[in-house]
Ligand binder design. Sequence first.
Ligand code: PHE
Length: 357
Amino acid sequence: MTDLNDIVDQAKAAFSHAATPADLENAKALYLGKAGRLTELMKGMAALSVDDKKSRGAAINLAKQAIESALNDRRKALANAELKLQLQAEALDVTLPGRQRGAGGLHPVTLTLERIESIFGSMGFEVAQGPEIETDWFNFTALNTPQDHPARSMHDTFYVEGGTESAPHLLRTHTSPMQIRYAVQHVKKYRQASGVDDTSPLFSGDMPEIRVIAPGRTYRVDSDATHSPMFHQCEGLWVGENVSFKDLKFVFTDFCRTFFESDDLVLRFRPSFFPFTEPSAEIDIQFQQGPLAGRWLEVAGSGRVHPNVIRNMGLDPEKFIGFAFGMGPDRLTMLRYDVNDLRLFFDGDIRFLSQFQ
Ligand code: PHE
């Protein structure tokens, strides 16, 4: 029976040399296949006597079982090895930190607007929003700037469809139209509430003071390091019976010191002209640090509300008086973060914007 033992040994050796399942199946064919060596031996049994057939058959069967079990062992071993390789290749390092999505954040100008609203809110100012597409009346005429007034040339803007030639629609050039819009509503409300049957066009009864800020987007044909065709403004208006220029100085200075968290911030009120205020001043702030330290930047226009504007609010200028300012939140943001070009805020470059998070 040594021939059988040899065949079993050779089959085992061949199987263990098979490096892949395909090699293994080829090796199997050599021993157990139709023309395999065991099969050949079985065929050779036909010539044997009945007794010999029995013993030879049993021996061949044993050999066959041995080869099959070696084959199965090798199959399992190869399958395991393959699985191991696959697991290694697809291994996850669960100790690695996860990939995070950027959390996102607010635009620096939005941060400034929120700050402005909260500071003025703490001083008792309401916040109002108005349309960016305005009528000629609210943007200019009601603000004491009639057609052909030279001050209009500084507010060249984009005219849009929807108005008429004498009353065109335009992108607002400042937030000042909100002075009129808000005041008219306010006056209407308290005039009705007062119950006084008062038909005079101008109201001179009792009414709570108007104290409002109106932040928003504004448009002008301007573009350089401190101007962008779309920019932000925040209007401020305080109208009552006894509101003076001194109050404007106090409120605005107090606001700026809080905004910049600096008690020795230097402000400059520079005499200026606006058709809707008299007297008028431009307000400048100095850069405190960085390469621009010492340079002045204009941050607001301001003044005492012109009597004609008080009238267009529906109020009697003999009784009511107030101040207004229009500041540039983009400029405040430049000063706060030492940014030297305002247009950077609107380029949408994430490398720039992410610095403010
Ligand atoms: N609206 C003016 C401007 O945009 C600023 C301003 C507002 C001036 C309120 C005075 C009072 O230039």
